[in-house]
Design a protein around this ligand. Structure first.
Ligand code: NAI
Length: 293
């Protein structure tokens, strides 16, 4: 039987890192949440506290369990604090150069037995593994947003990921109450290979005047029975993340059908990154508030 980690670290305390830390701590595992920014750590802790409080109010978590989860959370700005962890989940921005450098650093500080997982949405897990001296202990562990609500984790096996690493990660996902799908290590894996071209196409439709932002989103929300339209979803994910994923699909798969929409690029250039920046695509009636867990 696969051994569950006793101590886990999450690197990057943004939208995803905070959510991952919350569900891991709620499952009884101690978590070190590491970010280069004190501000990001403060914001993450405040977000986790209010998310847990909402879950208590809704009766989905009891107050004692929520308090215990908060007691299992530690924050740090130093990777040196990873010296005693069994499992690391990296959740820094979707940039390959940044992740490659970070994986080399994680390899230097984490104990030799530790597994190094990435929450990447699209980047090659095999290449992240090759930046370390432990490629057999590297894999993709792709959570969905918002992590406390969404039921899926996508597991990505790199070329050199070992069976033990894969099984330990399956066991961790089960402990967190998540179902899994398993993807080959190809650009965007399963979920973003299918999801992100639709979001990109929504930007093309907006750019070409096929419909207003409101009509595009309402059409897709009510017409395909999904909780959010593609433009609202892009705001929720982060337009910078959407653009990075499209760039990985375009360069990795080659086909021009993955070319990032210029309007998406312009929003990112303008700093209109969506919910996390307080402004994204203006959609009348849509809220930039986070979904309430
Ligand atoms: P974010 O921009 O909200 O947060 C990234 C955090 O990483 C920031 O707090 C930043 O200060 C920190 N950071 C940057 N460089 C760092 C370093 N060298 N060391 C420590 N911390 C560092 O990004 P978000 O949305 O949380 O995305 C993170 C990862 O999760 C990306 O790979 C993204 O593709 C993936 N992802 C995102 C989803 C989404 O809906 N936003 C869904 C699933 C995966």
């Amino acid at each position: 039987m696969a051994i569950l980690p006793q101590r886990l670290a999450v690197i990057g305390a943004g939208q995803m890192g905070a959510g991952i830390a919350q569900v891991v701590a709620s499952s009884g595992i101690a978590v070190k949440l590491v970010d280069q920014s004190h501000q990001a750590l403060d914001k993450a802790l405040a977000g986790i506290e209010s998310s847990l409080a909402r879950l208590v109010t809704k009766g989905r978590v009891d107050a004692v369990t929520a308090e215990a989860a908060l007691g299992r959370l530690y924050t740090s700005t130093s990777l040196e604090d990873l010296h005693d962890v069994d499992y690391v989940v990296e959740a820094v921005p979707e940039r390959e150069d940044l992740k490659l450098r970070l994986f080399a650093s994680l390899d230097a500080v984490a104990p030799p037995h530790a597994i190094l997982a990435s929450n990447t949405s699209s980047i090659s897990v095999t290449r992240l593994g090759a930046a370390t001296r432990r490629p057999a202990q590297v894999l993709g562990l792709h959570f969905m947003n918002p992590v406390p609500i969404m039921g899926l984790v996508e597991l990505v096996r790199g070329m050199r990921t070992s069976e033990d690493t894969f099984r330990a990660s399956l066991a961790l996902a089960a402990r967190l109450g998540k179902q899994t799908c398993v993807s080959a290590d190809t650009p965007g894996f399963i979920v973003n290979r299918l999801l992100m071209p639709g979001i990109n196409e929504a930007f093309y439709a907006l750019q070409e005047g096929v419909g207003s932002a409101d009509d595009i989103d309402r059409g897709m929300r009510l017409g395909t029975n999904v909780p959010m339209g593609p433009l609202a979803l892009a705001d929720f994910i982060g337009l910078d993340t959407c653009l990075s994923i499209m760039q990985v699909l375009h360069s990795g798969l080659g086909d021009d059908k993955y070319r990032p929409c210029p309007l998406l690029r312009q929003h990112v250039d303008a700093g209109w990154l969506g919910k996390k920046a307080g402004r994204g695509v203006p959609i009348p009636g849509a809220s930039l508030q986070p979904l309430t867990p």
